[in-house]
Design a protein around this ligand. Structure first.
Ligand SMILES: CC(C)(COP(=O)(O)OP(=O)(O)OC[C@H]1O[C@@H](n2cnc3c(N)ncnc32)[C@H](O)[C@@H]1OP(=O)(O)O)[C@@H](O)C(=O)NCCC(=O)NCCS
Length: 165
C-alpha cells in the first residue's frame, strides 16, 4: 500500500467520492453527506491536505484536512472526512492515513489537529476531548483535539463551512 496526495483529476475525484460514500454506508454514525463535504472542501479551495491510500492500483482510503481556528487562534487543522473501503476496514489503512496526515501537519508546523469523531477510535492517535474547545451543536466528548506544538487554546472551534454542523 502507498499513501500519496490526491491528484485532483476528475476521474480520481469521482473515485474518491464513491469510496467515501461506500465507507460511510455501513458506518455506525454517518450523515450520508460525507462525499459531498469532501467535494465542497475541494471546490472551495479549503483542502490543505488530501491523502489517499492505494493498494494494487485501487483507492482504498482517504483523509482530508483543512484550516481551523480555536478561540480565534490560527494554525489548527480540522481532519475529515476519513474513510476506508469496507472490504479493507480493520486492516490498518485508517491508522496509516491518520499517522501520515499527522506527520505532514507536524512537518508544516501546525499547532495541532482537531476532529469530530468516536473517542474510542481516535484516542490511539493521541486525540482527547477538551471541554475548553467548543463546537456549537456537537457534544463535547466528540470534539477531539491533538496539540502538536503546545497546548490548545480555549474557545470556539471554527472549521471550513463545509465541515460546520
Ligand atoms: C473508522 C475507519 C476510518 C477506521 O479505519 P480502519 O482502517 O478500518 O481502522 P484500522 O484498521 O486503522 O484500526 C482498526 C481498529 O479501529 C477500531 N475501530 C474502527 N472503527 C471504530 C469505531 N467507529 N469506533 C471505535 N473503534 C473503531 C477497530 O475496532 C480496531 O481496533 P483494534 O486495533 O483495537 O482491533 C474506517 O473503519 C471507516 O472508514 N469507517 C467508516 C467511515 C467512518 O466511520 N469514518 C470515521 C468518521 S469519524
Amino acid at each position: 500500500m502507498i499513501i500519496r496526495s490526491e491528484t485532483g483529476t476528475a476521474a480520481e475525484n469521482a473515485a474518491l467520492a464513491a469510496l467515501v460514500t461506500r465507507a460511510f454506508a455501513t458506518a455506525p454514525v454517518a450523515s450520508g453527506t460525507e462525499a459531498e463535504v469532501l467535494a465542497r472542501l475541494r471546490a472551495s479551495g479549503a483542502l490543505s491536505l488530501s491523502l489517499v491510500a492505494e493498494a494494487d492500483g485501487q483507492l482504498v482510503g482517504q483523509i482530508a484536512a483543512s484550516a481551523a481556528t480555536i478561540g480565534g487562534a490560527a494554525g489548527w487543522a480540522c481532519l475529515g472526512p476519513l474513510a476506508v473501503a469496507p472490504e479493507v476496514q480493520g486492516g490498518g489503512v485508517g491508522s496509516a492515513l491518520m499517522r501520515a496526515a499527522l506527520d505532514r501537519l507536524a512537518v508544516r508546523g501546525a499547532a495541532g489537529a482537531v476532529l469530530v469523531g468516536e473517542p474510542a477510535y481516535y484516542r490511539r492517535f493521541g486525540f482527547v476531548a477538551d471541554p475548553a474547545v467548543v463546537l456549537a451543536g456537537v457534544p463535547a466528548r466528540y470534539v477531539l483535539v491533538k496539540p502538536l506544538a503546545g497546548p490548545a487554546p480555549a474557545g470556539a472551534l471554527v472549521c471550513a463551512p463545509a465541515l460546520m454542523p
